[in-house]
Ligand binder design. Structure first.
Ligand code: ZN
Ligand code: ZN
Length: 352
């Protein structure tokens, strides 16, 4: 019989639920549900108790869940829409785990479903389990990153003077639909000084063939994201641009060389931040060094000054130092890396 590809993660989550003294936990965020069951469904309430796992969904999805995941017990989600307390054979609900990012109305509903229960946030536990990828997930992210490299290589050959940022973003979007499942996030294209806005929305700025361009792109494949930022350097970059570019590249390379399991995310952030600070650009690097990538483009851990998470083998994170000088220029160099036992493996292979 077909087995849950994420069975080990589900069992680890169940152990956490039990060790916290909870009677059950309800997981409904699609990425969390998929990471525990292998099933993509935006209409699910996954109940995880000591001895039972029930995938509550409705008649639109139940046949597909049954076919794709015969290892799951299916329940009718109408039970979650009823005004009566939830009853499940063999379960009592005195302490129930939930995800704190659910809507206020769902939270209110939970109070009706579990009238005498203490509701305890367990979202952080699922998110932390998700941050360490399984070999199947790593394989998917690796493929998404390789296709992202391919998109970037083709896209550059199609960029011509006279095109706008929106034209360039559209080229990338179409290539991602041809080669993968589309964009993992809205592609960012910044011509010249627009790159000083790190999340600039592509507009009608026209490329004169001379200005530098920053592009942040990520292709999605079978639910998994990739993420990379590269810069096209114009024929005559300013002295300042050259200086900034080389410093950001050095910060990126230093962080890649330092990344390894056992160090905290904050310590990795510090490697790049201290280097840019020592070179006079501490203020200009306003964001964190990186973030986890998986079913979502931004997930745990956050590679920031505040995140004390210990890096572990199997985590996939970005390393993306940047320097932004408003009205003048912006440079960010972003790679996707896999933390390994001995260091990290860079999954983005486009030239930088
Ligand atoms: Zn990015
Ligand atoms: Zn990123």
């Amino acid at each position: 019989m077909k087995k849950n590809p994420f069975g080990a993660r589900l069992e680890e989550f169940r152990s956490l639920v039990v060790s916290k003294g909870l009677d059950a936990a309800i997981v409904s965020k699609p990425a969390n549900v998929r990471a525990l069951t292998g099933v993509e469904c935006d209409c699910a309430m996954l109940l995880v108790a000591a001895k039972r796992t029930i995938f509550f969904t409705d008649f639109r999805y139940a046949p597909a869940v049954e076919r794709l995941a015969p290892y799951l017990e299916i329940g009718d989600i109408l039970k979650f829409r009823s005004k009566r307390p939830l009853t499940v054979k063999g379960c009592c609900f005195k302490k129930v785990g939930f995800e704190s990012s659910i809507s206020f109305s769902t939270f209110e509903k939970f109070k009706t479903l579990f009238p005498s229960a203490e509701l305890i946030d367990v979202e952080g536990d699922v998110i932390s389990l998700r941050s360490v990828k399984t070999p199947i997930e790593i394989d998917k992210i690796r493929k998404a990153a390789a296709l992202n490299d391919e998109v970037w290589s083709i896209a550059q050959s199609k960029f011509k003077p006279g095109m706008t940022e929106r034209d360039m973003a559209r080229i990338i979007k179409h290539l991602m639909l041809d080669l993968g499942d589309g964009e993992a996030f809205e592609t960012i294209v910044c011509i010249g000084e627009n790159a000083a806005e790190c999340h600039h929305v592509p507009d009608d700025t026209v490329w004169d063939g001379k200005k530098n361009i920053l592009v942040d792109l990520g292709l999605k494949l079978d639910g998994y994201a990739s993420d990379m930022t590269r810069n096209i350097i114009g024929p005559r970059p300013s002295k300042l641009y050259k200086k900034v570019y080389n410093l950001v590249l050095e910060a990126n390379l230093r962080a890649i060389a330092a990344a390894k399991s056992g160090m905290t995310a904050a310590k990795l952030d510090k490697v790049a931040r201290d280097f840019l600070k020592a070179n006079g650009f501490s203020e200009a690097f306003g964001h964190s060094l990186g973030h986890g990538v998986g079913l979502e483009i931004h997930e745990a851990p956050t590679v920031s000054r505040r995140d004390k998470t210990c890096l572990k083998p199997g985590m996939v994170i970005t390393i993306e130092p940047g320097v932004y000088l408003p009205g003048n220029l912006g440079v960010r160099i972003e790679d996707l890396v896999l933390i390994t036992e001995t260091g990290c493996e860079v999954l983005s292979s486009s030239a930088k």
